[in-house]
Every structure is written in structure tokens, then in C-alpha cells.
Design a protein around this ligand. Structure first.
Ligand code: PGA
Length: 253
């Protein structure tokens, strides 16, 4: 099964509207458009319109949001709805990032509601999972990943699961400069795909794109993405500069 690689830039709480315009102009100069890799920028909410303006209709780069509400609308201060993301033209939404789990108490069950809401609005979830160092060292890697997959994707049809993106991001590798070895990352990805095969069937499991995330940089991207079950990357720090993000896109092709 050939899966189109997908590289996403998770800007987190960085890059306001003015800086985003400069980033997009610099990225366009890197000639990434013709590379057969799905490219996604995930800015803070307030930066999304500036990114859309700077892309100026260029379809080669998709835009995503960093979160979305599980509700339709109403008295939910600080929340953003799928309708609003659709109005801006967002194609993707990152859900269940470890920073949302850690600082905002998001659980698999809550993230599951958001995934369903995104899917019902035609927005592709990039569902983040991954273990802490304590869990890995305590021998819980597989049980943690399994519950994140099973509970986070509960009640979805095989067709729905086939269309989402799952980002495996070991928490100990995020923003720390420590990357999982290519072999460890591949083993975790293969395990995730095996859990998907058990829950939604081999065909859907084969179609799901699995990204690796956690200190991906131009220097390690090619090796990670040459692994058979790694179909791309979710990149934080190294995606804050256009040249480094472009180098990672080029490494994925
Ligand atoms: P990092 O972040 O590349 O800075 O480690 C990745 C992520 O959290 O998505």
C-alpha cells in the first residue's frame, strides 16, 4: 500500500500574523509545491487568516488548527467551533496533543468527541498519541498506545479511521532534542498499525497515515521517514523556520 507522506508544522503558541506572512513567502521560495508530499501548516487560531491570505489560493499547502471544540456553538468561552474552522478553510485539526493532555486535562474519551465532531464537519483529525518516559520505562508502552487508539477512535467506522492521520509522539521526545531511534519509532508505529488492524480491520489499518513526532529535524527526518510504517512527521521546533521545514519536506519524498 503506498501512502502519500504528510508533513505538518505544529507552530504551537508561536508565530503571529505578521511573522506568518514572512514564513509563507520564504516557504514559497523553497519550491516545495511540486514535491509529492502533503504539506500542512498548523498555526495558532489568530494566525490562520494571515496564513490563508499569504497562501493566496495556493492549494499545495493545507492549513490546520491546533484544537477544536466538541460542541457546535454557544456559551463556551475561549472555544472555537468546526463551523469557524470550515469558514476559514481549515482542512485539518490536531487533536489530543500531549500538551493538551498534560496542561488541559484532555482524556481519550474527550478527544474522541472532538474527533467525531471534526469528522462530521469534513475536517481531517491529526490524532496525537504517545507515552511518557515513565510509562515506557515501566513497560507500559503498548498498553498506553492501545488505550489511546481504542478509546480515542471509539465508534468510528473503518472508512473514517482510514482517512485520519495519527501522530505517534513519545512525550519524552517532544521539544527535548531527544528523538526516538528509527528502530524504536518503527516498532511503535508497527504496533499502532497492528492495533488498528485488530479494531477496524487490515484494509483500513493499511490506509491510515502514521506520523512520527518529537524533535524531528532536517538531519534525522529522512531516516525516520524511510521506515515502512512511518508516513510523515509532525514537527514543532524545526518547523518554525521555513528553510528547516522545507528541508524536512524534501527529506520525506
Ligand atoms: P518538537 O514538537 O518537534 O518541537 O519536538 C513536536 C510536536 O509536539 O508536535
Amino acid at each position: 500500500m503506498s501512502r502519500t507522506p504528510i508533513i505538518a508544522a505544529n507552530w504551537k503558541m508561536n508565530i503571529g500574523p505578521a511573522e506568518a506572512k514572512e514564513f509563507i513567502a520564504a516557504l514559497k521560495n523553497e519550491n516545495v509545491c511540486d514535491i509529492c508530499v502533503d504539506k500542512v501548516i498548523v498555526p495558532p487560531f489568530v494566525t490562520i487568516p494571515a496564513v490563508m491570505d499569504a497562501l493566496n489560493g495556493c492549494q499545495c499547502i493545507g492549513v490546520g488548527a491546533q484544537d477544536v471544540s466538541d460542541r457546535d456553538n454557544g456559551a463556551f468561552t475561549g472555544e472555537i467551533s468546526t463551523t469557524m474552522l470550515n469558514e476559514l478553510g481549515c482542512k485539518y485539526v490536531v487533536l489530543g496533543h500531549s500538551e493538551r493532555r498534560q496542561y488541559h486535562g484532555e482524556t481519550n474519551a474527550y478527544i474522541n468527541k472532538k474527533i467525531k465532531k471534526a469528522l462530521s464537519a469534513g475536517i481531517i483529525p491529526i490524532y496525537c498519541i504517545g507515552e511518557t518516559l515513565e510509562q515506557r520505562e515501566g513497560g507500559q508502552l503498548e498498553s498506553v498506545l492501545k488505550s489511546q487508539v481504542v478509546e480515542g477512535l471509539a465508534d468510528l467506522t473503518p472508512e473514517q479511521v482510514a482517512g485520519i492521520v495519527i501522530a505517534y509522539e513519545p512525550v519524552w521526545a517532544i521539544g527535548t532534542g531527544k528523538t526516538a531511534s528509527a528502530a524504536d519509532a518503527q516498532a511503535a508505529h508497527a504496533y499502532i498499525r497492528s492495533v488498528l488492524a485488530e479494531t477496524v480491520g487490515a484494509e483500513a489499518a493499511d490506509k491510515v497515515r502514521l506520523q512520527y513526532g518529537g524533535s524531528v529535524k532536517p538531519a534525522n527526518a529522512a531516516e525516520l521517514m524511510s521506515q515502512p510504517d512511518i508516513d510523515g512527521a509532525l514537527v514543532g521546533g524545526a518547523a518554525l523556520k521555513a528553510d528547516s521545514f522545507a528541508a524536512i519536506i524534501k527529506a520525506a519524498k
